[in-house]
Ligand binder design. Sequence first.
Ligand SMILES: [Zn+2]
Length: 268
Amino acid sequence: MAAITRLVRRTVSISNLASRCLSPHLPRKDPADRKVQWVFLGCPGVGKGTYASRLCDLLGVPHIATGDLVRQELASSGPLSAQLSEIVNQGKLVSDEIIISLLSKRLADGEAKGESGFILDGFPRTINQAEILDGVTDIDLVVNLKIREDVLIEKCLGRRICSQCGTNFNVASINIKGENGSPGISMAPLLPPAHCMTKLITRADDTEVVVKERLRIYKEMSQPVEGYYDNQGKLLEFELPGGIPESWPKLLQALNLDDYEPKQSVAA
Ligand SMILES: [Zn+2]
């Protein structure tokens, strides 16, 4: 009983917060009068940030990554940073309330700058968040990026960041041969230049235990979100065939964006 009361109270407070924070900043517009409003789904480490960011450059829309919003808050000495740091270090998901308050601030800032359209990366993570989002704006398409789990774990453990310039690299060299009719997959490492090489660090949450726990929590919470958008006929499943050079042209094809590429220089 107490649990139900808590749940109801929590849901109500999220809805109130969302309508207060999001509604004024996301007026509904005819799709012809605005740019795309897409969502990118995919488990942590699949590279959805990279693909979402490239598509944003191509389409001229802001890339709104809740992961970045969280990291920015963590790096600041803002009111939420201590609470966030504890949650993230334990490999747990940040609460709806915190994400929504960070996202609403980002959307308000964008609105003030005259932005149109968006690709949301890392949001919504739950059906509750998806419903809140549907209540305030229209989502045109949801792209769900997938990759083999063994490849994903290897890739997560290969992540490095330069402690001086903050650039992300990946030292994992993945080369799995195809067998029993399933295709092989190879992904080249993304190695740093010499001046970053000696300054590489591994993020505290990129250990095997934390990576696996993150995946478990992700599946449990976010697969219903995939079902939610599938029921709306908005879900596009995309299995990454390899690294960026193999995947990017195929992703553009899947999105009917092949024609866009020549207009913009998108280096592989
Ligand atoms: Zn560097």
